[in-house]
Ligand binder design. Structure first.
Ligand code: C2E
Ligand code: CA
Ligand code: CA
Length: 690
């Protein structure tokens, strides 16, 4: 019999081995649902020990299913198998002997006997737990890949892009279709040189990865900074199979960092730096100054009155005021100075590289003047009462805390002194600047009140000494200090902006006095009035000068305006236009202190002049100094060739008088003839015919 043959026995044995070696469960089941055979994989899956003899200790289909699943098998699956002789496949649940659920994919195959009836069945079960775990893992990985906010792309060993995620598209602008098959060169900006990329790839080759910041270019051409990490994935033979690149856009992060930086260091209302920046700048100054001889000033400014304005006019108003104050202060800063807002109505300034302390008192003075100018807000005119405190590094302190404390102390002192002032922490310096301050304050009152007066200094014909005109000179008598020279207070008026009011007052008062003379029946003499170039720069100045002339019914031809040569030369062409406006209004223009500047002939030609006024210094020296004499001579010749009048000022001796006459100058002014006279005195002269 075949069944007895050794080949057949070998075959059986081999088949037995195969069944046992299979990875999946294989079982044979009799028609009464008893397990006849269960291979090793099946025993492992179902918790049946390998030693268990299924004849001695039988197991049934029902032992491996919940009642519901078993009902399905015994009522439907098996009957239909028996009936139709077809195999059945489906995903169902097993229960192992410990009652643990095992999802499987089950195939049941019916086997027939010689009569064609089903005699037994084979069950093949694939454990779905592993399959499921793998699938879940893959799906999860895909989800992470797609949804991570970092851009990811994977390339093959030749750097051809195989896969990109959604963030890749979002950051770079390239869709998957556009990117696949390309190399990362697609993303390159020209921010890096070839050496950069060489180094990058060398490192990847050496260590298997690279990380760093890199500038790349989006599809729309914009360049952005990203953090990139590249890893190479190797196969078992240690050859690179894939490169995985993960990146995120740093530009937004950087912008946010910058924004936070800005917020931390700036005042939102004025856009100026804040307290924290103030300290930083002082610290920087100290670090920069250490070892060098450079000096730094720390200024604290208190606007004063803000609380009052806040309470009476509201926040919007005080906010506006603070902004306006900030921008006025800002205008006075050089690029190296830092202006910050320290608090409600407090500002701070750090001035590094201070050469002279006097520069700082000038600056504080200017800051104060700016803040004292009226603020016009919503139709209201408001005035601040600023106070300032100043400390110096390294003179007063060598650290941030102490410098701030000194400035604060000085500020307190300024406030205590009655505001509208500034104090240095170091007292010696205060005195100088406070003098200046007191003067300005008093001058302001004099100009606005009735503290100024006029002098008239007659101009005479050199030959006869006869008065033909007069120069108007302003006088200020300080209530305590007495008469103060215009040489002292005019510069103060110029710097504080008071010069405009002062000039207006001089013009008004001159016209008023001339009108009085006219009414008294006197021949009104021509007058010369000094004009500061600052006045010429004021818009509408010609009208300001003309108004009182009209008001008092005077002839513009009586007025000559003296402008200094040096003042003019430092100005722009615009000033020349201003002078032309004067001439067009019928006024005359004289160049004062002539010879002290360096006017060229061509420059003089451009000016609408009527008179050159030889500076007193040359007149004084001309009799003893040949150079001075020849300058005087030249000026006279120059005036002659330009068809201008010439007058010598500061004539004090007859010797000078003679020499000037000799040189062909016929007009003069000086103590030899008359000192500046009070208005009454001057009028008396006119009345009495000199
Ligand atoms: P300046 O225009 O050169 O005025 C002439 C100055 O020399 C006057 O000084 C006058 O008193 C003085 N002086 C006149 N003759 C003699 C003399 O023989 N010997 C000496 N030693 N001095 C003489 P003052 O009045 O002190 O004016 C000084 C400067 O102040 C003026 O120089 C002028 O630049 C300016 N100033 C005077 N009044 C006004 C004004 O109303 N407006 C403007 N913007 N500046 C004025
Ligand atoms: Ca003059
Ligand atoms: Ca002069």
């Amino acid at each position: 019999m075949l069944s007895q043959s050794p080949e057949y026995l070998l075959l059986l044995k081999q088949q037995g081995h195969i069944l046992e070696a299979a990875n999946e469960m294989i079982a044979t089941v009799s028609l009464d649902q008893r397990l006849i055979f269960l291979n090793q994989a099946g025993r492992q899956m179902l918790g049946v020990s390998l030693e268990r003899d299924l004849i001695e200790e039988p197991l049934y289909v029902a032992d491996f299913h919940s009642p519901e699943v078993y009902a399905l098998l015994s009522d439907h699956v098996f009957p239909s198998l028996v009936k139709n002789l077809t195999r059945w496949k489906g995903d169902i649940e097993f229960r192992d002997l410990n009652q643990r659920a095992i999802p499987v994919h089950l195939t049941v195959i019916p086997h027939v006997d010689d009569e064609g009836k089903v005699a037994w069945m084979t069950g093949l079960a694939k454990d779905l737990r592993e399959v499921n775990a793998l699938e879940i893992q893959q799906r999860l990985a895909k989800r992470v890949f797609d949804n991570t906010i970092e851009g990811i792309f994977v390339t093959d060993a030749f750097a051809r892009i195989l896969q990109v995620n959604r963030a890749f598209t979002e950051v770079t602008g390239y869709s998957a279709e556009e990117a696949l098959g390309k190399t990362p060169r697609l993303l390159r900006s020209n921010h890096h040189d070839a050496a950069f990329y060489e180094k990058l790839w060398a490192e990847v080759a050496l260590s298997g990865s690279w990380q760093g910041e890199i500038w790349n270019r989006r599809k729309d051409g914009s360049v952005y900074l990203q953090w990139l990490s590249i890893n190479c994935l190797k196969n078992s033979r240690d050859e690179t199979e894939y490169y995985v690149a993960v990146f995120h856009d740093l530009s937004e992060l950087r912008a946010r960092e910058a924004e936070i930086e800005y917020l931390v260091n700036h005042d939102p209302l004025t856009g100026l730096g804040n307290r924290s920046q103030f300290r930083d700048r002082i610290e920087q100054g100290i670090r920069g100054g250490a070892g060098s001889h450079s000096r730094m000033a720390v200024i604290k400014i208190d606007l004063g009155e803000i609380q009052l304005i806040n309470d009476s006019l509201g926040h919007a108003c005080s906010d506006f005021l603070i902004k306006e104050a900030g921008s006025r202060l800002k205008d006075l800063m050089s690029r190296r100075d830092s202006l910050v807002r320290l608090g409600a109505d407090e500002f701070g300034v750090v001035v590094s590289d201070v050469r002279q302390m006097l520069d700082i008192s000038q600056m504080a003075f200017d800051l104060k003047v700016q803040l004292q100018a009226p603020f016009i807000i919503g139709g209201e005119t408001l005035y601040m009462n600023p106070s300032m405190g100043i400390s110096f590094y390294p003179d007063d302190a060598d650290n941030v805390e102490d410098l701030l404390r000194c400035a604060r102390t000085a500020l307190q002192e300024a406030k205590a002194t009655g505001r509208n002032t500034f104090c240095f922490y170091n007292q010696d310096m205060s005195i100088q600047s406070r003098d200046r301050l007191v003067l300005e304050q008093a001058l302001r009152e004099a100009v606005l009140g009735n503290g100024l007066s006029l002098n008239f200094q007659p101009k005479v014909l050199l030959e006869t000494g006869k008065i033909y005109a007069a120069e108007v000179l302003v006088r200020w008598r300080h209530p305590v200090l007495g008469f103060i020279s215009p040489a002292v207070f005019i510069p103060i008026a110029e710097r504080s902006g008071l010069i405009a009011e002062l000039g207006n007052w001089v013009m008004q008062e001159t016209c008023r006095q001339l009108a009085i003379m006219k009414t008294a029946g006197l021949t009104v003499p021509p007058v010369a009035i000094n004009l500061s170039v600052y006045e010429l720069e004021r818009p509408g100045f010609a009208k300001h000068l003309m108004d009182p002339v009209i008001k008092f019914g005077l002839d513009p031809g009586l007025f000559e305006f003296e402008v200094t040569e040096t003042g003019l030369m430092s100005r722009e062409e615009a000033v020349i236009d201003s002078l032309k406006q004067l001439r067009d209004a019928g006024f005359k223009v004289a160049l004062d202190d002539f010879g002290t500047g360096y006017s060229s002939l061509s420059y003089l030609r451009k000016l609408p002049l009527s008179t050159l006024k030889i500076d007193m210094a040359f007149v004084t020296d001309m009799t003893t100094d040949k150079v001075a004499a020849s300058i005087v001579k030249t000026v006279i010749a120059l005036a002659d060739s330009l068809e201008l009048e010439v007058i010598a000022e500061g004539v004090e001796t007859t010797e000078q008088q003679m020499m000037l006459l000799d040189l062909g100058c016929s007009k003069a002014q000086g103590f030899l003839f008359y000192k500046p006279l009070s208005v009454d005195h001057f009028r008396d002269l006119l009345v009495n015919g000199y």
